[in-house]
Design a protein around this ligand. Sequence first.
Ligand SMILES: Cc1cc2nc3c(=O)[nH]c(=O)nc-3n(C[C@H](O)[C@H](O)[C@H](O)COP(=O)(O)OP(=O)(O)OC[C@H]3O[C@@H](n4cnc5c(N)ncnc54)[C@H](O)[C@@H]3O)c2cc1C
Length: 288
Amino acid sequence: MTDSIIIGAGPGACSAALTLRMRGKSVLMLYAGGGALEKAHQVDNYPGMPAISGRDMLKIMHRQAADAGVEMKKAVVQLVQPGKKKVTVLAGNEIFTCKTLLIATGAPRKIGIPGEESLLGQGVSYCATCDGMFYKGRDVAVIGSFQEAVEDTAFLCDIAAHVSYYPEAKHDMEALDKRARVMEDKVLSLEKNGEKVMLHTEKGSRDYDGVFVLRPAVALSQLVPRLETEKGKIVIDADGVTNIPRIYAAGDVTGLPYQIAKATGEGNRAALKMAKDMDALDEGGKEQ
Ligand SMILES: Cc1cc2nc3c(=O)[nH]c(=O)nc-3n(C[C@H](O)[C@H](O)[C@H](O)COP(=O)(O)OP(=O)(O)OC[C@H]3O[C@@H](n4cnc5c(N)ncnc54)[C@H](O)[C@@H]3O)c2cc1C
């Protein structure tokens, strides 16, 4: 079991990872992509790194983390399940466990199509490799918005009878499996229709046996059920502690200001608390 898992690889995550490593803790960073910093054309307000592009800054942060012994893995985290003795994390088709977990997933955005969340497990899935086999020889739709969705569509094309691909955002679809039918119309909502899922678009409605929603981000309510949020932001105390034991948060995901310095500061503070809590748990374990 890893000491700490961090969801994200932006400034909040990298800062926390370095602090945890310096406290002798093992760290796994699971990240979907570049996050907000990658989009910054030029950053002028971070001490020690004048006039640098966000992309270059992120590269330096990742190199520094790797040099410090942080393990990094590209994977979208779909679900976090806190337990008494460990936290279980589902990412892609892999399961990880840790003693403490930091959420550093960046600015909260409204994610999801009406009907999507209530139909999860009832014809709607976030994981093609986990649930694809349930749809052998059947009709499925993919609502995709990033490279992994394109890759997973090839896997689904091998299993399902027909695959329709609905691009949800602009992304490179060059490698999309030719067997998938690209649907240009925007998906508006999903609805249960007997055994099937009815997909409503601007141009009409169509039934599918299964709908795979493959995005580089997951709504917080879905990622960590029962996590306390306020206006979409995670509620933390001064040490980055959330309402759920062993789970901490830092960076844009806890609210304004959306700034690199705030994210790194919160990441550092949360990591110090995580290390302290893990030491206390280890001591408690020894005494029993
Ligand atoms: C165009 C632009 C310009 C900016 N310019 C500046 C500037 O000049 N100065 C400044 O201080 N700030 C600037 N910012 C803001 C700054 O980039 C953010 O405040 C900072 O990046 C926040 O860091 P973070 O670690 O909280 O989140 P982010 O950097 O957004 O990182 C979030 C991470 O979480 C990952 N993630 C999200 N969901 C999941 C999931 N379910 N599973 C796995 N990984 C997940 C993402 O892939 C990413 O790695 C700018 C932002 C933008 C968009």
